[in-house]
Design a protein around this ligand. Structure first.
Ligand SMILES: Cc1cc2nc3c(=O)[nH]c(=O)nc-3n(C[C@H](O)[C@H](O)[C@H](O)COP(=O)(O)O)c2cc1C
Length: 178
């Protein structure tokens, strides 16, 4: 049993391909730490045991309207453990970085439906990410993204909204203590 007043240990774990989601996870971790928690930020592949943690925050980049494969695997592997503690989920995507991206917020939220079906999050964070086409390994994907930029769907660059990310994490401080 943890003693009253002892700081909570929180895991912030993430799946990222090109680094944008890793940065979001670090920012969430920093805010939680500033709020007095003991925080570890880890890649999902590096997490095997959730028993040391009082609460878990898990997030992934979106590809093809879903979390990355290792993030979906994380939910399958740890479903039972995650149901025993406060859990929050987030995603990072480009749809929310579109000019009128906010109008897609509720459909973007549905990309977390498979996560929600396994473990009910106390909160869901939906964040705009980054697009650096030169870093995308697949030629076909680069072509698709170059076309989408030409067509004005979205702009290249870092669209992460650090204020929105910190605001969400600040709210988490309270929710994860419950
Ligand atoms: C191959 C590929 C597929 C993607 N599919 C989607 C998508 O379906 N919806 C979306 O909003 N963003 C999509 N994105 C944008 C990424 O979610 C966004 O660039 C994110 O910031 C990447 O995070 P990462 O740097 O942590 O990998 C896609 C990006 C790539 C490279």
């Amino acid at each position: 049993m943890k003693e009253e007043g002892m700081s909570k240990k929180i895991l912030v774990t993430y799946a990222s391909r090109l680094g944008a989601t890793a940065g979001v996870a670090e920012a969430i971790g920093k805010t939680l730490q500033d709020g007095g928690a003991e925080v570890e930020v880890r890649r999902m592949e590096d997490v095997t045991d959730l028993s040391p943690y009082d609460a878990v925050v898990a997030g992934s980049a979106i590809r093809g309207k879903q979390w990355l494969p290792e993030a979906r695997q994380f939910m399958r592997t740890h479903q039972t453990a995650l149901r025993q503690k406060p859990f929050a989920a987030f995603l990072v995507c480009m749809t929310l970085a579109m000019k009128n991206g906010e109008k897609y917020r509720s459909s973007v939220g549905e990309w977390l439906a498979p996560v929600r079906a396994r473990v009910k999050p106390v909160s869901e964070g939906l964040f705009a990410g980054a697009l650096d086409i030169g870093k995308i390994p697949s030629f076909g994907d680069r072509l698709k993204f170059r076309l989408s930029v030409m067509l004005g769907v979205w702009k290249e660059g870092d669209h992460r909204d650090w204020n929105a990310i910190r605001a969400w994490a600040t709210e988490l401080n309270r929710l994860l203590k419950a």
